[in-house]
Design a protein around this ligand. Structure first.
Ligand SMILES: [Zn+2]
Ligand SMILES: [Zn+2]
Length: 372
């Protein structure tokens, strides 16, 4: 016999909800669907705010990396959106870690919990990725996400939001968590070491912020857009290099007295990025790739081998990195709000997506809210 899910009268839950779903490629449309029910280790989250990610735009246009029932996500009544926060309104039968009324933000991946990678904390690389029957969820990628009024989340994907943090800021935890995971994978001891972050997108900008908060010295940001580079300085970059004006490798050498840095967090996806990163690190240096180029890239592998350079790839926000990112944000070690630029109501999602896609009005992180 299963116990009934517990809820509170404070948050009456309707039978059906508004949700946006993918139609054909390039198409997202409003519909209604049943409000989902939380399982044993899950809660129902009333979604209050969702940030738009470049990956959402990629999914709407091309489908991947979202995969539903083993195929492309189009015309499957599928809801995307993975950078959301909200309020716990209903608990699954076995949940005592959260209470109804808690404000929470989410990370994307609930691994299956039973494969070798999940057991290592690498649940973003779950070996049963997409297998819903085995308990895997990646909301907005393989299971319904946040462009809706409610979503079900495994408790392992939740992070408490402090009272004094806005909804908009709380949506940025998974972005900061991805940067944190990248720095974790690089080996963790960041204080006093030089870190180059290549690419001032949201992950790169928050990568700068997290690296600085962890004591990196110096933090160097490279990119092409002057406004973004200036923002990087506000978030903690000691130096910002516009690679249109100066060769990135030469600049890093100049700024480090010829030595280079120990760590590079690559967030640009530029085809030349890995080859350049290998020239920026010192012997034994480490490079984490957090963005993917859309083509095969030429690299001087012999240089990497001769210099004992380590190269890592990461997917998403593993090893509970979002919790560590939230710890820094809660202590106000950096101001993530600086990357949030626009807010729209959820029913204006197409406009919000257009702002994000076309970077209208210098948009960086565009947030949509259910209860603006
Ligand atoms: Zn994202
Ligand atoms: Zn797994």
């Amino acid at each position: 016999m299963t116990e009934p899910a517990r809820l509170s009268n404070q948050y009456p839950i309707p039978e059906r909800m508004k949700a946006w779903v993918l139609g054909d490629p390039g198409e997202i449309r409003p519909t209604e669907k049943p409000v989902p029910h939380p399982g044993a280790a899950e809660v129902l989250v009333r979604i209050d705010a969702v940030a738009i990610c470049a990956t959402d735009l990629e999914i709407i246009a091309h489908g991947l990396p979202a995969m539903v029932e083993g195929g492309l996500p189009f015309n499957k009544n599928f809801t995307i959106g993975h950078e959301y926060m909200g309020t716990v309104v209903k608990l699954g039968p076995a949940v005592d870690e959260y209470a109804v009324g808690d404000r929470v933000t989410v990370e994307v991946h609930a691994g299956c919990g039973r494969c070798a990678r999940c057991r290592q904390g690498m649940y973003t690389s779950c070996l049963n990725y997409g297998d819903v029957k085995k308990g895997h969820r990646a909301n907005g990628f393989t299971t319904d996400g946040g462009f809706a009024e409610y979503a079900v989340n495994n408790i392992n994907t939740l992070v408490h939001v402090p009272d004094d943090m806005s909804d908009e800021e709380a949506t940025l935890v998974v972005t900061a968590g991805t940067a944190m995971y990248g720095l974790d994978v690089l080996g963790g001891l960041i204080a006093g070491e030089g870190v180059v972050v290549t690419g001032p997108g949201p992950i790169g900008l928050l990568g700068v912020a997290v690296a600085k908060a962890l004591g990196a010295d110096p933090v160097i940001l490279t990119g092409t857009r002057e406004r973004r580079l200036e923002l990087g300085k506000k978030l903690g970059a000691d130096h910002a290099v516009n690679v249109r004006a100066e060769n990135a490798v030469a600049a890093v050498k100049r700024l480090t007295g010829g030595k280079g840095v120990q760590f590079v967090l690559e967030c640009s996806g530029a085809p030349s990025a890995l080859d350049e990163a290998a020239q920026m690190v010192d012997r034994g240096g480490r490079i984490c790739l957090a963005a993917f180029p859309h083509e095969r890239v030429p690299v001087d592998l012999a240089h990497i081998v001769r210099n004992n350079i380590y190269v890592f790839g990461i997917r998403g926000e593993g090893r509970s990195a979002t919790h560590r990112a939230m710890a820094l944000m809660k202590q106000k070690r950096f101001d993530a709000k600086l990357v949030h630029t626009h807010t729209f109501p959820l029913d204006q999602l197409p406009t919000a997506l257009k702002f994000a896609r076309e970077r209208i009005d210098d948009a960086i992180k565009v947030v949509v809210k259910n209860h603006p």
